[in-house]
Every structure is written in structure tokens, then in C-alpha cells.
Design a protein around this ligand. Structure first.
Ligand SMILES: C[S@@+](CC[C@H](N)C(=O)[O-])C[C@H]1O[C@@H](n2cnc3c(N)ncnc32)[C@H](O)[C@@H]1O
Length: 431
């Protein structure tokens, strides 16, 4: 397929998404099934165009003065890919499988339209219903933060210290040109290209468990738990085990991690990941009907981690379709789940122990506000300052990311180059 045909195919997929309102991965898969002549490189090129269009949907539509899939794709070629009107016109020749030629208006808009008068949610490419919440979280930097959340994410890897040092992993992956991550002392970063990312599952360093894909912010969230060898740790929302594995390495396989999730299916990948990583201090505690599978660790944990279900607004670089599918009802639901999890977690923290609350959301309601409400209702817990959190983790430079809205640390692509994350460390007062 020629590049112009990729653009036509991307417009088709965007049409499908608009009509059927379903996840982008499903729409791309179906397109591949019904166009079997397209090879894997073509499919990757089309996916990349669709993702760019979703990243820049609002600004592209503003530039083009229309919200049709074609308008969004054309606008995104300019906004996400930096193509000028001439280059876009060359793609839209109308010949063969190329998109129809540009109309006069389309061409004029691509040549002259600007975002100067656009509201923040358009310049920052986030849904209008979140405009007030972004303003509350970021003030005058809302558009800048949104724009950073709509850029491509690099591929970050966490080096598994159970198996290798960062220097050794760097050497083994030298052909991918990784660089050390700026804040995580155990991270490697492979900058985002336009095509498919590195084929990690085929890398020996991955197969042998020397590295795990994990965004730097997620690595830092685990590091801020400051789990020590020998501790008793409950990972209450362990999911696929990203943080569990990071904690196991931090603890040098000593002590015990109990990995739980109320959706047992989510825990399934953990077995294979633990094996590959050589993590040996993890007990899975999957739900078993009505049984209280965590009863024996009540009041015994040095650390309880809540990697909470959230809106995922901080991870939009990786899931650009999710931002347009997110609905106010989902936020309400996540807020209730988070409050319930915080209350539930208190049962397991021993006096003097820590409760670490993490989200990949940038919204205050899910972060600082949630913690403020919790603290007001639980006077036996107190929040560590950002400086204390950073110091305890041996990462004093993270203190600069102290939240301006309350306790905890806030990371975001615009400020730290990593995904949007919020981390609060609460301590249970002795006695
Ligand atoms: C952000 S994900 C966890 C990601 C995981 N910790 C990692 O690092 O890969 C949130 C998880 O919380 C789980 N969850 C939601 N409500 C829960 C509850 N009430 N109790 C335990 N887990 C819950 C979800 O099933 C989901 O797997």
C-alpha cells in the first residue's frame, strides 16, 4: 500500500469508530481482517495515523472547522505530523486508493488556520466536559499539560535488579539505543518513533527477565513505596502485577508480597511474569467466592499499596481513544471505588505502617481531594510530605513534584516527561 492509501484506510477506521463507538484496537483488528492483502507494516502505519488523529482530535477539528473523520485526519496530519498543506494535498490525489483531492476550503484552512483563539480544551486536546477539572488541576497550564498528554509516549523499561544492573541492561539492548530515564534510577527509555515500537517479546533481555516494560512514572510510584527487604506488603489492586514485580525486586526477594485483585482474571499474567523475573516472594491471593482471602494479614502489613482503579487521564499518551470515550459516569464510579478501597485498606496496615495510594489520573477529585477526605475520616493516618516521601525513597529530586493542591506527588508528561501519576504516602500513627 502507498502512504496515501494508508490515510484513506485510517479515515475508514475513524468512520467505524464514530459509528460504533468501540475501542480502537477492535476497529483496527476488524479492518485488518476485512483487508487481508494489507501486510503488518501497512497495518502498523494505519494504526499510527489513527492514533495520531485521536491524539489531536479536538485541535484537528478546530483547524478544519469540521468534526468529520476526514477533517480530523487531515487536521491531524498537520497538527500531529507537521505536514504542510502542500504535502497533504499531494497525499490527497484522488487517484487509486488515495483520499479525494482537497477542497478549496480544506486547503485554505490547512494553510492559514491557527489555534490562537481556541479554548484550552481544544489546544490541549481533551474533552470539553473535563475543561473545569483540568483548570482546577493545572490552572493556566491546562492546555500545555493536555498537549503533552496528547503526544506520543516513549517506551520505558524497568530494569529488574534481581537479574541485571542498569548498565548491563543498557549494554544488552544497545541496538535499540536506550537512554537512562531522567528520574528513575532503574529505568531505560527508547524514544518514540513513528512506526511500531521495539519488538520486546523477541528481545533476549526481555525473555530472560532483565527488563519489563513500565512507564517511568509507574516505576517511580513503586519506588516511592520504599519497600524494604523483609517487609510484609499487600498489593491490594495488583492487576497484571506491574507494581508487584517492581516491589519484589526492591525487596531483593526478601519478605512477603501478597498480590490481590478483586478481578481474579486480571491476575492471570502474573504467574508467567513472576517466573520470568525470578521473583520468589510473592503469594497470589485471588478472590475465592465469598471467602475472606486476606483475613490472615489483617493489621500485619508494613505497606499496603492501592494502585487504584481510576479514569486513566494520566495515561492518555498510550490510550488516546480512551479520552474521548471517558464519560462523567465513569469518573463518579471510580471515585466511589477509590474511597471504598482506601477505607478497606486500613484494615491491613499495622501501627507505624504505610498506606500508599496511587492513580494514573491527573484529576484532583481522584487524587488530593480523595486523600483529604480520607484523612479527615481517619485521624490515625497522617500524610508524609513530598520531601519526606522523596527522601525515604532515596530520590530527593522528586520533592520538586510536590502537589500544589494537598499532600502527595504529581507527575505529568509536561513536568517530568512521564505519564500523569499521583502518589500519596500515608502513615498509620503508632498505638
Ligand atoms: C490500575 S489497575 C492495577 C495495575 C497494576 N497494579 C499494575 O501495576 O500493573 C487497578 C486494578 O484495581 C482492581 N480493582 C478494582 N476495584 C478493586 C477492589 N475493590 N479490590 C481490589 N482490586 C480492585 C482492578 O481489577 C484493576 O486490576
Amino acid at each position: 500500500m502507498i502512504p496515501a492509501a494508508h490515510v484513506s484506510a485510517a479515515i475508514e477506521v475513524l468512520n467505524d469508530l464514530e459509528r460504533r463507538r468501540r475501542p480502537v484496537a477492535e476497529a483496527l483488528k476488524d479492518w485488518g481482517v476485512s483487508h487481508r492483502f494489507a501486510g503488518s507494516k501497512d497495518r502498523a502505519a494505519i494504526a499510527s495515523l489513527v492514533f495520531d488523529a485521536l491524539r489531536k482530535r479536538a485541535s484537528a477539528a478546530w483547524v478544519m472547522g469540521a468534526e468529520t473523520p476526514r477533517a480530523i485526519m487531515l487536521g491531524a496530519l498537520r497538527e500531529a505530523r507537521g505536514l504542510d498543506a502542500e504535502a497533504i494535498a499531494a497525499l490527497c490525489s484522488g487517484e487509486g486508493h488515495a483520499p479525494a483531492p482537497l477542497t478549496e476550503e480544506e486547503r485554505a484552512r490547512l494553510e492559514t488556520a491557527t489555534l490562537d483563539a481556541a479554548p484550552d480544551h481544544v489546544r490541549g486536546d481533551y474533552p470539553e466536559w473535563l475543561a473545569e477539572r483540568f483548570a482546577a488541576a493545572f490552572g493556566p497550564r491546562a492546555a500545555e499539560e493536555g498537549a503533552a498528554l496528547s503526544a506520543r509516549a516513549p517506551v520505558d523499561l524497568r530494569v529488574n535488579l534481581l537479574k541485571a544492573s542498569r548498565e548491563q541492561a543498557l549494554e544488552k539492548l544497545a541496538h535499540l539505543a536506550p537512554a537512562p530515564t531522567p528520574f528513575s534510577p532503574i529505568g531505560l527509555r527508547i524514544e518514540a518513533g513513528r512506526g511500531r515500537g521495539p519488538a520486546l517479546p523477541a528481545e533476549t533481555a526481555y525473555v530472560k527477565g532483565l527488563v519489563e516494560p513500565q512507564d517511568e512514572a509507574s516505576q517511580l510510584a513503586a519506588l516511592l513505596c520504599a519497600a524494604a527487604p523483609g517487609e510484609q506488603v499487600l498489593d491490594l489492586c495488583a492487576g497484571g502485577g506491574g507494581k508487584t514485580l517492581a516491589l519484589a525486586a526492591q525487596m531483593h526477594n526478601r519478605g512477603q508480597i501478597y498480590a490481590h485483585d478483586d478481578d481474579g482474571r486480571r491476575l492471570m499474567p502474573i504467574h508467567e511474569r513472576l517466573e520470568r523475573a525470578g521473583a520468589r516472594n510473592v503469594q497470589l491471593r485471588a478472590p475465592r467466592g465469598k471467602a475472606d482471602v486476606l483475613a490472615d494479614i489483617e493489621g500485619r502489613c508494613d505497606l499496603v499499596l492501592i494502585d487504584a482503579p481510576c479514569t486513566g487521564t494520566g495515561a492518555w499518551r498510550r490510550h488516546p481513544d480512551a479520552k474521548w470515550r471517558l464519560a462523567p459516569g465513569a469518573l463518579e464510579m471510580r471515585l466511589k471505588e477509590q474511597a471504598a478501597l482506601l477505607a478497606q485498606a486500613t484494615r491491613f496496615v499495622k501501627p507505624g505502617g504505610r498506606l500508599v495510594y496511587v492513580t494514573c489520573s491527573v484529576l484532583r477529585e481522584e487524587n488530593e481531594d480523595q486523600i483529604a477526605t480520607f484523612l479527615a475520616m481517619h485521624p490515625n493516618f497522617t500524610a508524609l510530605s513530598a520531601a519526606e516521601m522523596a527522601e525515604r525513597a532515596g530520590l530527593p529530586e522528586l520533592a520538586r513534584f510536590a502537589s500544589p493542591h494537598g499532600s502527595g506527588i504529581r507527575l505529568s508528561p509536561a513536568t517530568s516527561g512521564a505519564d500523569g501519576f499521583y502518589i500519596a504516602v500515608l502513615k498509620r500513627i503508632l498505638g
